[in-house]
Design a binder for this molecule. Structure first.
Ligand code: NAD
Length: 483
């Protein structure tokens, strides 16, 4: 374990952007921002009061009136210019994102490019919200057009501090909506950088506003306002259900990206070494704090013990430490809650009879580190076979038949991502069809792309982000008839 000083002096002062003004901590409640690698305070984030939120709502109403009439070409120009600005600022933004979230610099650099690519994609896609012309008798016309849904209240979590704000802003801004964004209070600087890029690119005041606050206070006030027409949330299923309840009071649209518990089905005809390496890298990205993280490894019984042992040996080579240091493969968990929660799940699995093959404990350091962990033969009674661990933990279990593993994979109320590894093409098709999940990766864990919809089924949520489907989720449909 190596630590460097937390370099807090270079960290931006967290501020909100409301109705054209950056507003800091003066006169407001605050919350400390911690560097999860050191546990040190690196900033203070202002928490919005009720007047701040009322101002943001008024600003969003005005911003929407301007932006919905702004031609798609101009909206696209702003978004593409923001993407270029972000790319030019990659080193500073990635550094601040690592300082506040913990993941490695290599990961935050990639994340910044994902965000820029998404803004650029939607900068093009906004010109393609075509409607339809219906077939009618001569002299008559009926048409179907798409319009922006209206001001959106968007809530983004801390695990992708740059890309989540990008997702919450990209499609609605492209569609012509205004957005009040509440990112996680743990990671304010990354969200500020995304908003700043859009403002520097020429986004008019009010189109995007950035607030921090006590999550329950902010969501209640924003969602209750008649100004807000849509609620977009990424986070846990329990919070998502609560926000859906609030949205239902005003019959508001929702997009919900909720929890997952991704099954990984490893058939005996997989490419053993490639599968092992793919999963060793993918699982420990962002210390496993990823909603689509590969989690429940169902391994064919004929290769289970060999695969689990080789995987654990590979995982043991991962170097864990401050994400600012290039040699580290995995950083800390994002906040003090996570290692405690993961430790409790691991202890529970061990007492239920699981075998510990790697890791299993917190790392004795100032930060919020947890060892990359592999548990084999995890019984169904263990809580982690049902609850999303959201951490650097893999659990394995053997399976005998195709039908049995499909039943296990589909057993939970979640259905976000699923993965399968096989070199048999027919089996690949059959398993992809059989899995109840919004996204399936066969021989890959790369299931997110700007042009591909990202979504869950069952209690993993509804509505898509990314791709044309993400844009469609920010539009309402109107039919117009001329006699
Ligand atoms: P949490 O459930 O308290 O919060 C999750 C997110 O929801 C945070 O960003 C938080 O600010 C927000 N939130 C909580 N209550 C809210 C409210 N009333 N109104 C608006 N927003 C609210 O949990 P946590 O400790 O921050 O994270 C742990 C769990 O959250 C994980 O176990 C995981 O299931 C889930 N999570 C999921 C994702 C994802 O990408 N789907 C991301 C982060 C966290």
């Amino acid at each position: 374990m190596t630590h460097i000083a937390s370099d807090a002096a270079s960290y931006p002062r967290p501020a909100m952007h409301i109705d054209g003004e950056w507003l800091g901590v003066a006169g407001r409640r605050t919350q400390p921002v911690l560097n999860p690698a050191t546990g040190e305070v690196i900033g203070e984030v202002p928490l919005a009061n009720s007047e701040d939120l009322a101002r943001a709502l008024d600003g969003a109403a005005r911003g929407f009136r301007i932006w919905k009439k702004t031609p798609a070409d101009e909206r696209g120009r702003v978004m593409k210019a923001a993407a270029a600005l972000l790319r030019g600022r990659v080193e500073a933004i990635a550094r601040h994102a690592t300082m506040e979230e913990g993941k490695t610099l290599a990961e935050t650099r990639i994340e910044l490019h994902v965000c820029a690519n998404l803004l650029e994609f939607y900068g093009e896609e906004c010109r393609r919200t075509y409607g339809r012309l219906l077939v009618r008798p001569t002299g008559q016309r009926s048409m179907v057009v798409h319009e922006p849904v209206g001001p959106v209240a968007a809530f983004a979590p801390w695990n992708f501090p740059i890309a989540n704000p990008g997702r919450k802003l990209g499609a609605p801004v492209a569609a012509g909506c205004s957005v009040i964004l509440k990112p996680a209070e743990e990671t304010p600087a990354s969200a500020m950088a995304v908003v700043q890029a859009l403002l520097d690119a020429g986004l008019p005041n009010g189109v995007v506003q950035l607030v921090f606050g006590v999550p329950d206070e902010v969501s209640r006030q924003l969602i209750a306002s008649p100004i807000i027409r849509k609620v977009s949330f990424t986070g846990s299923t329990v919070v998502g259900k609560h926000l859906m309840g609030l949205a239902a009071e005003g019959a508001k649209r929702t997009t919900m990206e909720l929890g997952g518990h991704a099954p990984v089905i490893i058939f005996d005809d997989c490419d053993f070494d490639k599968t092992l390496e793919t999963l060793a890298v993918a699982k420990f990205r962002n210390a496993g704090q990823v909603c689509v993280s590969p989690t429940r490894f169902y391994i064919h019984e004929s290769i289970h013990d060999r695969f689990a042992a080789a995987y654990a040996a590979r995982v043991g080579q991962l170097r864990v430490g401050d994400g600012l240091i290039a040699e580290h493969h995995m950083g800390p968990m994002a906040n003090a809650r996570r290692p405690v929660a993961v430790g409790a799940l691991v202890d529970d699995a061990l007492s239920a009879g699981a075998r510990l093959l790697a890791g299993g404990e917190r790392i004795d350091a100032k930060g919020f580190f947890f060892q990359p962990t592999v548990l084999a033969d995890v019984p169904l009674a263990a809580r982690m076979m049902h609850e999303e661990p959201f951490g650097p933990v893999v659990m394995t279990a053997p399976f005998a038949s195709f039908d049995e593993v499909v039943e296990q994979a589909n057993r939970l109320p979640f259905g976000l991502a699923a993965f399968a590894f096989t070199e048999n093409g027919r089996r690949a098709n059959l398993i992809a069809d059989a899995i109840e999940s919004g996204m399936v990766g066969v021989n890959t864990t790369m299931i997110a792309a700007v042009d591909s919809p990202f979504q869950g089924v069952k209690q993993s949520g509804h509505g898509s982000e990314d791709g044309p489907e993400g844009l469609a989720a920010c539009l309402v449909t109107k039919s117009i008839h001329y006699a």
